[in-house]
Design a protein around this ligand. Structure first.
Ligand code: PEP
Ligand code: MN
Length: 265
């Protein structure tokens, strides 16, 4: 098989368009929303406020890869319908995780961008299946994946003909357990220096701690990331999942202001 990793080292940078949002261009892209879609009203109020704060795209999980099988598993297709309705109302595209190859075809009519989660980065059947579509794909780094393994996962998608891949650094598991993961910004610097794919950073799962999300957001942009994906909620403490790392919409707005004021790009 052709080694796209090598090809990626030369030529123009790849830009990925998600409706009218371009990832990998001059503008830094902010993606935000709750860990899980909870209900229509909450999702709509989050989306309206995020739009005012300057966020470009929405996020929200509906097929949730939870560590415990007894935890909330997501609203599934009802959640996809909520995302589609909200995104149309506020005119913002959205990204959501698809976990199962059997959902890829059916989900296509709803989603603007498919997220491949950390736990599924090694799921080669799923990577090939989304590679057969032409939907933009947000490929999260496996929590124990090396940079090479992560890039090869991107190649699995691209080898099927879908070049609309955006990488997402979300932290790796190390001996450090104060934070949920260790946000590896080395990877971002290497990718920006050597490879053609856009890369964004998720400081929410990368830290697990809302109080350090702003600092790591600024650091990620300073490293060259093309954007950020951050979990936010109108009532962070009441988030159904990942409350501890979820920030308020006000904090989201402050992060955007700080990134812009620091003129980090
Ligand atoms: C998420 O972004 O909703 C998520 C589950 O993250 P990760 O796959 O990085 O753990
Ligand atoms: Mn989460």
């Amino acid at each position: 098989m052709k080694d796209l990793l090598v090809d990626l080292k030369s030529g123009n940078k790849i830009k990925v368009k998600v409706k009218d949002v371009t990832i990998g261009g001059r503008e830094k892209i902010f993606i935000s929303g709750p860990c899980s879609v909870e209900n229509l009203d909450t999702m709509l109020s989050i989306a309206k406020r995020l739009k005012k704060a300057g966020v470009h795209m929405l996020r929200g999980g509906v097929f949730k890869p939870r560590t415990s099988p007894y935890d909330f598993q997501g609203l599934q297709y009802d959640g996809l319908k909520i995302l589609r309705e909200v995104s149309q109302e506020v005119h913002m595209p959205f990204v959501t995780e698809i976990m199962d190859t059997r959902d890829v075809e059916k989900a296509m009519e709803y989603v603007d961008m498919i997220q491949i989660g950390s736990r599924n980065m090694y799921n080669y059947s799923l990577l090939k299946e989304v590679g057969k579509t032409r939907k933009p794909v947000l490929l999260k780094r496996g929590m124990s994946a090396t940079l090479a393994e992560w890039l090869y996962a991107a190649e699995y998608i691209m080898a099927e003909g879908n070049m609309n891949v955006v990488l997402c650094e979300r932290g790796i598991r190390t001996f450090e357990n104060y934070t949920r993961n260790t946000l590896d910004l080395n990877s971002v610097a290497v990718i920006k220096g050597k490879y053609r794919l856009p890369v964004i950073v998720d400081p929410s799962h990368g830290t697990g701690l809302r109080e350090i999300v702003p600092a790591m957001s600024v650091a990620a942009i300073a490293t060259g990331a093309d954007g950020l994906m951050i979990e936010s909620h109108v009532n962070p403490d009441n988030s159904i999942s990942d409350a501890r790392e979820t920030i308020s919409i006000d904090t989201m707005g402050k992060i955007i202001e700080r990134v812009k004021a620091n003129n980090l790009f």
